[in-house]
Design a protein. Sequence first.
Length: 259
Amino acid sequence: MKKFFLILLLILFAYPAFAQDAHSAFDSGEWFKFRIHYGVFTASYATLEVKEDVIDNMPVHHVVGIGKSTGLLSLFFKVEDYYETYIDKNEVKPYRFIRKINEGGHTKDIEINFDHTQNEALVFNKKYNTKKKFAIKSNVQDMMSSFYYLRNNIKTTSLKKGDEQYVTMFFDNENYRFKLKFLGREIIKTKMGKIACLKFRPYVQADRIFKEEESMTVWVSDDDNRMPVRIKADILVGSIKADLDAFKGLKHPFKIVVD
């Protein structure tokens, strides 16, 4: 369960890059709400919001992601996750990333400031009051900005089944390579109606080997928004799903499939 929340936020809150579309997939004012459930039981809700902000006198997109457990889950495994990223409006690269979490008593309070000129990340661990610099890769993303970077760099018309798409990510104090494998197109039935989707399988590189994460599958809308519609992780007994529950402020028209 704990790992599912982490990967969920990576994908929601998350190629050699394919040719970028002429327009971006998102803008300030966009807001998503997700229902995370195990069978018929709702485990938690998560939200993502893009705001206008300024950092170091530079206008940026300020993305805030919040995830909280609810119902029975909160009684024996309390989850309160809070994430922020400040990203460049033109290049979609992060300047600052904040991760403040409490997952069943496991807590973290970390702020990362990116210096893309020096290829360094300053990691401020507020829980232990420590600061340390780490080398980062070029064109690096944090775990939230990765999602928005990928949305802007996927050209839906040229995707073929089996295509693999990548992003370099810095998380906590390490550089990772994150991969999405395209599985094909599928129509998903949601509370908003039927939505045409692109289906992906995520992998994370560990020790130079890409490993499948809990048989996880991700569906994003097959339109100019490329918004997340569903995430499913198979576990030992059943599966955990995150479904898009509500949204507003989309940059492009929302389309449903009419039979």
